[in-house]
Design a protein. Structure first.
Length: 325
């Protein structure tokens, strides 16, 4: 028997390995081509941390790019975290839009990582002309001079940042139509101007001696500054929900409320109302706890699923709570 015949019978030869290698090379080539096609044909992606800014960004972007919002409806921006998949999405975006000023406390490190990897990021709060906390004005103890991250409660500041977000999208998301982005931003800015006018008219119903606010935590400083209210305190004496009040904090707040004649506490609907209820007990009843949507949008159809609807719902609830109507 010849050597060639012996190799054939033993299954030793070069034809099969060559065939296998050729097949593997073809598979790798096909996978690479598919990946390149997907990347080339995929739509640009913008990732936004909070759902309030996500709603505004979607209004500006329209159909020009995909907008991924990380924060779920009814979540607390101070405490929500990211899955591994969401963290990876940040580094795959062309632009990351985030609140900043310490708001997304569990997410900012992922935003930093995306920036370090070369992703464009935009801290909206820093560009909004932030106010600072002042203890003398009822602000949180220990946070004197620190920036207040809750700028969206002032619709005029949202009007300002609408144009700034549009600038960032046009600069960093190369495939969008700048004219369409500008047109969307201008249209939305007009709606924000209408919102401001409506809020001014609505708050005009609240008498001067009823324009004092007590909230679940310090979140309405911008609204108070814009529309002429006074924040006399908060159940959680901080700009973040991660803090908690002491007995002396609650006692000081009840004394301030008694002095100002305030019998209404506004509590965010996404946070437990237990502390507000404790305050009501401390004051012997007669205190109303009114729910607001101050830091998160609701699920679709639940009354505050867009920024505009959230602000109108909050304004109506505040006017009712302060006037007793």
């Amino acid at each position: 028997m010849s050597l060639t015949e012996a190799k054939r019978r033993a299954g030793v030869g070069t034809a099969r390995p060559r065939h296998l290698i050729a097949s593997l090379l073809a598979l790798v080539t096909a996978m690479t081509a598919t990946a390149c096609t997907t990347t080339a044909e995929g739509r640009p992606r913008i990732v936004v941390t909070t759902n309030i800014l996500g709603d505004v960004t979607r209004e500006i972007v329209g159909g020009e790019a995909d907008v991924t919002v990380l924060m779920k409806p009814n979540a607390d921006p101070h405490t929500f975290g990211l899955s591994a998949v969401q963290a990876a999405e940040l580094e795959q975006a062309e632009l990351v839009v985030y609140n900043g000023l310490g708001l997304e406390e569990n997410v900012l490190r992922h935003v930093d990582a995306a920036r370090e990897s070369g992703v464009a990021t935009f801290a909206v709060g820093e560009a909004a002309g932030p106010l600072t906390f002042h203890t003398a004005d009822g602000g949180p103890e220990g946070e004197e001079g620190q920036p207040d991250p809750h700028f969206w409660t002032d619709p005029d500041r949202m009007h300002k940042v609408t144009g700034l977000i549009a600038d960032q999208v046009i600069e960093h998301v190369k495939s969008v139509d700048p004219g369409m982005i500008r047109a969307n931003a201008d249209r939305y800015a007009k709606q924000l101007s209408d919102l401001t006018s409506w809020m001014e008219k609505s708050f005009g119903q609240v008498p001067a001696d009823h324009r004092s606010l007590v909230t679940n935590h310090h979140v309405f400083g911008y609204l108070a500054d814009r529309f002429g209210f006074e924040v006399i305190g908060a159940v959680i004496p901080s700009g973040t929900t991660l803090a908690s009040p002491s007995s002396s904090d609650l006692r000081s707040l009840t004394q301030a409320m008694e002095k100002a004649g305030v019998r209404t506490v506004f509590a965010d609907s996404s946070q437990p109302k237990r502390l507000a209820e404790v305050l009501r007990t401390e004051m012997g009843g007669g205190v109303r706890v009114v729910e607001l949507h101050s830091e998160s949008l609701t699920a679709k159809g639940a009354g505050a699923d867009t920024y505009l609807r959230m602000m109108r719902a909050n304004t109506t609830a505040m006017v009712t709570g302060l006037t007793g109507t």
